[in-house]
Design a protein around this ligand. Structure first.
Ligand code: PEP
Length: 249
């Protein structure tokens, strides 16, 4: 089964309204393949979501960078899945390593968030990835499998999930995984899905790579058989994001 290429842009905690408008204007002027060929989803900070949504070309979509683990209420500072749906935000990024490591989000908590967001109708970019220490100790596959298991145990339908493999040592460091390193882990993740979920889910779930992807390295990574797209941080704020969108075509 052909998996549609997927490119996400994670703008993280960056930008002013003026800067955001400039990025959107660059994206709106970009020549890219049609939405039948590539899904493009950009993820501005919460406060800019309505602005970006109102200005962004209609073939691109928006994602939030997080949402709360259950129905909203007395959770100061949090944003609920219901609020995102109320604003017609279709996607959310969950389990980003910056939240896992800086804010202490556990595998179980991320799994609960993914399950709740999906149950409300959001589509989820679920992030997994190992630290440098874990890679060097040979634990990469074990770590990403445990992160994926915590999600798999809590959901029954993977249709609206994109799995993002983002090695922590490659995020924001300029130290991109080699195409072979990315392919190896993507292939292991797909095998894990095949054994532990189903052949159909393994075949159809997009597994995208994130970690220092840019306009220069994207083509070779995109050519790997199990790399179905990218989650891009730093380069998603720059015009080269358009080249990354076009990397598979
Ligand atoms: C990310 O934050 O998801 C990411 C991949 O960042 P960068 O592309 O800057 O490494």
């Amino acid at each position: 089964m052909a998996r549609k290429f997927f490119v996400g842009g994670n703008w993280k905690c960056n930008g002013t309204s003026e800067e955001v408008k400039k990025i959107v204007s660059t994206l709106n002027g970009g020549q890219v393949a049609s939405a039948d060929v590539v899904d493009v989803v950009v993820s501005p900070p919460f406060v800019f979501l309505p602005l970006v949504k109102s200005l962004l070309r209609s073939d691109f979509h928006v994602a939030a960078q997080n949402c709360w683990v259950k129905k909203g209420g007395a959770y100061t500072g949090e944003i609920s899945a219901e609020m995102l749906l109320n604003l017609n935000i279709p996607w959310v990024i969950l389990g980003h390593s910056e939240r896992r490591l800086l804010l202490g989000e556990s595998n179980e908590f991320v799994g609960d968030k993914v399950a709740y967001a999906l149950s409300k109708g959001l589509k989820v970019i679920a992030c997994v990835g190992e630290t440098l220490e874990q890679r060097e100790s040979g634990a990469t596959v074990e770590v990403v499998a445990a992160q994926t298991k915590a999600i798999a145990e809590r959901i029954s339908d993977w249709t609206n999930v994109v799995l993002a493999y983002e090695p922590v040592w490659a995020i924001g460091t300029g130290k991109v995984a080699t195409p072979a390193q990315a392919q190896e882990v993507h292939c292991e993740l797909r095998k894990w899905l095949q054994i532990n979920v189903s052949v159909e889910v393994a075949e159809s779930t997009r597994i995208i790579y994130g970690g220092s992807v840019n306009g220069a390295n994207c083509k070779e990574l995109a050519a790997q058989p199990d790399v179905d797209g990218f989650l891009v941080g730093g380069a998603s704020l720059k015009p080269e994001f358009v080249d990354i969108i076009n990397s598979a075509t």
